[in-house]
Design a protein around this ligand. Structure first.
Ligand code: HEM
Length: 333
């Protein structure tokens, strides 16, 4: 009886397989949420525990961990290339313009990896740790939950030029940003939903100064930035100096994952040019911004879907790559 029940179970699982949220990734491999269920059953619990501790100590850390996964996935796929330090054979992506003096959270990933190596040595990849940490950070700050497809492996190389070219810059045009997303298999809906990450976290003065003083080379501020908000920002982001001064991306609720980012855009109070243009430069993205500003549920639902899609960018699976012992360096053979 138990045997035939088992066969029925297997058959029905096979029949349902195409409906599974795992999905074939652009890299050709399969990722699925149960990947570590047998090899490291406590993996997800351990990641959540360390992330929760880190966010409790530093409320900005959730934002930083979410961004790390994005900066990883847009360069050679979600393969933990961003975590590698410079060495004889590697020039670290940490030096690239989008990451230098900006990307953070590496020590938290180290702590998670250390705990996982103790629990189940060389089993859980650094790339999967980042995907889980991004999800946990979203949930901990009040955002949506989702099952993270797993089974990524870690790269044995990094790409500084990839970081510089493939990660969108805050002063890129709408078309350039959309093109950079499309190159990764992401569309305009993903662009708007994922930009909603800027509902948490900080940006440095240097990332938006141009908007305050000389947006288009004529010595005038960006006219799509609310002028009293601009005046307020200028007090701590002067024409020169103060490059590293920090500002909330969402001044209304800076550590809460909600839809106020989209409401800010409708009030011309987006901090980065790349944020505001979603409302001002394209009719389709403008409608999406309005939709998410009016309905947080819709934003949350799409955010979860788009995060899974982003997490599926060209992962290394099967025999490709390796499971690093230390996320900062490739294994020595
Ligand atoms: C659409 C193109 C995007 C551009 C141009 C962009 C640009 C930026 C910039 C310039 C900063 C501030 C960095 C600094 O000044 O140090 C930032 C912060 C941040 N970004 Fe984006 N971003 C984009 C999309 C995304 C996506 C897709 C995600 C996540 C899925 C994301 C998550 C974050 C988070 C959470 C922060 C705050 C990090 C912290 O406080 O440590 N961004 N982004």
């Amino acid at each position: 009886m138990a045997h035939s029940m088992g066969i029925v179970m297997v058959l029905s699982l096979l029949a349902l397989a195409p409906l599974c949220f795992c999905g074939k990734t652009s890299g050709g491999g399969y990722l699925y949420p149960q990947f570590y269920d047998h090899s490291c059953p406590k993996a997800q619990e351990i990641v959540k525990y360390v992330v929760a501790k880190a966010v409790a100590e530093d409320p900005r850390m959730g934002a930083s961990l979410l961004r790390l996964h994005f900066h990883d996935c847009f360069v050679k796929g979600c393969d933990a290339s961003i975590l590698l330090d410079s060495s004889k054979s590697i020039i670290s992506e940490k030096r690239a313009i989008p990451n230098r003096n900006s990307a953070r959270g590496f020590e938290v990933i180290d702590e998670i990896k250390h705990a996982l190596e103790k629990e189940c040595p060389q089993t859980v990849s650094c790339a999967d740790i980042m995907a889980l940490a991004a999800r946990d950070s979203t949930v901990l700050t009040g955002g949506p939950n989702w099952k993270v497809p797993l089974g990524r492996r870690d790269s044995i190389g990094a790409s500084v030029s990839g970081s510089n070219n493939d990660i969108p810059a805050p002063n890129n045009t709408f078309q350039t940003i959309l093109t950079k997303f499309k190159r990764q298999g992401l569309d305009i809906v993903d662009l708007v939903a994922l930009s909603g990450s800027h509902t948490i976290g900080n940006a440095r003065c240097t990332s938006f100064r141009q908007r305050l003083y000389n947006q288009s080379g004529n010595g005038q501020p960006d006219y799509t930035l609310d002028q009293s908000y601009a005046a307020h920002l200028r007090t701590r982001c002067p024409k020169s100096g103060g490059d590293q001064n920090l500002f909330f991306l969402d001044y209304v609720s800076p550590v809460k994952f909600d839809n106020s980012y989209f409401k800010n855009l409708m009030a011309y109070k987006g901090l980065l040019s790349s944020d505001q243009i979603l409302f001002t430069n394209n009719a389709i993205s403008r409608e999406l911004v309005k939709k998410y500003a009016y309905n947080q549920e819709l934003f949350f639902e799409q955010f979860a879907k788009s995060m899974i899609k982003m997490g599926n960018i060209s992962p290394l699976t099967g025999y490709k790559g390796e499971i690093r012992k230390n996320c900062r360096k490739v294994n020595a053979y």
